[in-house]
Design a protein around this ligand. Structure first.
Ligand code: CA
Length: 221
């Protein structure tokens, strides 16, 4: 199931653009234009990630972050028109996981959203058919059977599962899972995929990761 991103932003041009880009990237998106509506929706809808505008007409983004943080580990990315150190510190103190100054590049926002979702695993375990990935406990199950992965195998599987059906190129995987510090023409990604496949098969999971010849890998969507 695709990850749910909830946006609280009173500038409808920005929220419309965010919605478009995030949906294009495979996320499910809902938008709210006041702090009170946003806060109520966060509690009700339990999104995987929240994007908050700092300057809202009623509650500030920082106030919302503080209230959410009280009860909820959902990752929060704040958008701000102010880029001074005091603002940054205040936002982090309020419980924001990341922040971005406006105007921002959409690619940077998407990258940061991806990082936060992977880091937090969205709180809820990810289920794709019989495959269950519990990021909080760092456990993987195929049906009832636990699949014991190494930390790197876990990260790779979690990365592929962040958008089921999407084909991830080898270089993309290297950059995201290994931070890009693999030797050139290394086959480390392929070796790790082979290991994950073998472990999944042992638990009864066949054909979970698809090879896209000449490109990379995708998890069955
Ligand atoms: Ca605003």
């Amino acid at each position: 199931m695709s990850k749910h991103v909830l946006i609280v932003e009173d500038d409808t041009d920005i929220s419309r653009l965010l919605r478009l880009e995030l949906e294009e990237a495979g996320y499910r998106v809902s938008c709210f234009d006041t702090g009170m509506r946003g806060l109520a929706a966060i509690r009700q809808e339990r999104p995987d990630l929240v994007i908050l505008d700092l300057g809202l007409p009623d509650l500030s983004g920082a106030e919302i972050a503080r209230r959410v943080r009280h009860t909820d580990p959902t990752p929060i990315v704040i958008l701000t028109a102010r880029d001074d150190v005091e603002t940054k510190v205040a936002m982090l103190n309020a419980g924001a996981d990341d922040y971005l100054a406006k105007p921002f590049h959409m690619e940077e926002l998407l990258a940061r959203v991806g990082v936060q979702l992977r880091k937090h695993g969205g709180g809820q375990p990810t289920r794709i058919g019989d495959l269950l990935i519990d990021a909080l406990r760092r456990q993987v199950f195929w049906g009832e059977a636990e699949v014991r992965l190494s930390p790197r195998e876990f990260e790779l599987l979690q990365y592929l599962a962040s958008q089921p059906g999407r084909v991830y190129g080898r270089e993309e995987i290297e950059r995201s899972v290994w931070g890009g510090d693999l030797p050139l023409a290394s086959n480390v990604v392929d070796v790790h995929v082979a290991n994950i496949r073998a472990k999944l098969r042992e638990a009864g999971g066949f054909g979970v990761i698809r090879t896209v010849r000449g490109v990379g890998y995708a998890i069955k969507g």
